[in-house]
Design a binder for this molecule. Structure first.
Ligand code: PLP
Length: 398
């Protein structure tokens, strides 16, 4: 009997990000880690807040080990969901209850569960370019069809007129990611109002819900006072896919949640479908210890000052060398226009100088690369002469 071809091809061809990340590890073993300028992956470089280690120690000291390491409810520990609901309500004026929340193994699980809960075979899900590469995999795995909407030129905000042409009767969901991976762009209030007004209009036209999936792992990583509107307050049919991977520098602990808006049409059914999708995918009972750690650390924050300083250093230097960069107000990525049309050729030329960036063709934006600046300041400082030489090679600098 044959195995599943689709799964085989996903497993045998890693994502472009992982491919480059693995190359960096091999290269570092050959020439030394300090000589490889690895800007490939979004692994936080800032330590988790002190409260995390303290909460782990306290919980191990004070709680029963069988309870702490045991199964929780499939949808997550009640006291954790209550603490998260109260926190969101106090910050954004929502009316969430624990029964609107489902604890997950990070944003990837939040997205796969939500899509599985919503999509029927052939339903369309709109992705706004540039988008996180795995969205395609997640949508297709849920039986859906990804439809890409092009961004507004230059600003990389959502292009509402392009979107209007992409919504059809088959549109079941849209995925909004702000602050954005890979552009670092934070969608403005104006963009989000226009987006949600259009979605409301289309819901009325087609007489069925179009769900807005807000993928928000970078919500807390914003600079210079940029604000990230809470989409449930703009649009009732919203599910928020949250993760502590970046917000608390805990990507390896696999912890996050789905929040289903309490104002959603058929919200109870959608929440139950989320529980059903979690069950069918085997995503029940997110890591028990870390559910409790999150409960104990509501309000804890990482120090994002280091990311902001990295952003400024890299943005200013690369702009001075003549590269065309999109100014990022959030996340920890710099989105740079390739000096030649084929970003893979630029990638190869950068690689010869031991600079590893990610071509963004798979993010829906050929001709651009992503530089993950969640690295030590030293790595950025040491890489600058190589970036400058690369700019000269392209004749960017006078
Ligand atoms: N969504 C976006 C936009 C991301 O950038 C990532 C990870 O980099 C994820 C989802 C997955 O996050 P997690 O590690 O919480 O599963």
């Amino acid at each position: 009997m044959k195995i599943n071809e689709k799964m085989y091809s996903l497993g045998s061809r890693r994502s472009i990000i992982r491919e480059i990340f693995e190359y960096c590890k091999t290269r570092a073993a050959e020439i030394g880690a300090d000589r490889v300028f690895d800007f490939s992956i979004g692994n936080p470089s800032v330590e988790p807040p002190r409260e995390i280690a303290e909460a782990i120690a306290r919980l191990i000291e004070t709680e029963s080990a069988t309870l702490l390491h045991g199964y929780t409810s499939a949808q997550g520990d009640y006291s954790t969901r209550l603490a998260i609901a109260e926190d969101i309500n106090s910050r954004f004026g929502t009316a969430l209850s624990p029964d609107n929340l489902y604890m997950t193994c990070g944003a990837a699980a939040s997205l796969t569960i939500s899509l599985r809960a919503l999509m029927n075979a052939g339903d369309e899900c709109i992705l706004f370019a540039p988008f996180f590469t795995e969205y395609r995999v997640f949508v297709e795995n849920a039986g859906g069809v990804p439809v890409v909407s092009a961004p507004e030129a230059g600003s990389f905000q959502i292009d509402i007129s392009d979107l209007a042409g992409k919504i059809t009767e088959r549109t079941k969901a849209v995925i909004v990611n702000s602050p954005n991976n890979p552009s670092g762009v934070v969608y403005t209030d104006k963009t989000l109002r226009a987006l949600t007004d259009l979605l409301k209009e289309k819901e009325r036209e087609y007489s069925h819900p179009i769900y807005l999936i807000a993928d928000e792992p970078y919500r807390e990583l914003v600079y210079g006072g940029a604000s990230v509107p809470y989409l449930m307050n703009y649009y009732d049919d919203t599910l928020v896919c949250y993760s502590y991977s970046k917000a608390l520098s805990l990507p390896g602990e696999r912890i996050g949640y789905i929040a289903v808006s309490p104002k959603m049409q058929e919200g109870t059914e959608v929440y139950l479908a989320v529980c059903g999708a979690g069950r069918s995918l085997g995503y029940v009972c997110a890591p028990s210890l870390f559910q409790r750690v999150i409960r104990e650390c509501i309000g804890a924050k990482v120090d994002i000052g280091a990311y902001e300083k990295n952003r400024d250093l890299l943005l200013n230097a690369l702009t001075e060398y003549g590269f065309e960069c999109v100014r990022p107000d959030g996340a920890f990525y710099l989105f740079v226009k390739s000096p030649e049309p084929d970003a893979y050729k630029f990638f190869e030329r950068a690689k010869r100088r031991e600079i590893l960036v990610v071509p963004c063709d798979d993010f829906g934006t050929p001709g651009y690369v992503r530089i993950a600046y969640c690295v030590s300041r030293e790595r950025i400082e040491n890489s600058l002469p190589a970036f400058e030489a690369l700019a000269r090679e392209y004749g960017l600098k006078g």
